[in-house]
Write a protein that binds this ligand. Structure first.
Ligand code: SF4
Length: 62
């Protein structure tokens, strides 16, 4: 399991600093999540931190 960012991302950058495992980085057209690194915030937060902060609801389960 992991999370991914979909094409409604507006490149605001809010999610990047929220990730406890530094799985989020900026891509060409949107931010991207390295699914090999994402742990769904288990052991860090009660719910995925990036999902909570995203203003366009662009982060979903992969
Ligand atoms: Fe990072 Fe958590 Fe989002 Fe996964 S769900 S990318 S661990 S902030």
């Amino acid at each position: 399991m992991a999370h991914k960012i979909i094409d409604t991302c507006i490149l605001c950058g809010a999610c990047e600093p929220e990730c406890p495992v530094n799985a989020i980085s900026v891509g060409d057209d949107m931010y991207i999540i390295d699914e090999a690194l994402c742990v769904d915030c288990v052991g860090h937060h009660d719910a995925p931190a990036c999902v909570a902060i995203c203003p366009t609801d662009s982060i979903i389960k992969a």
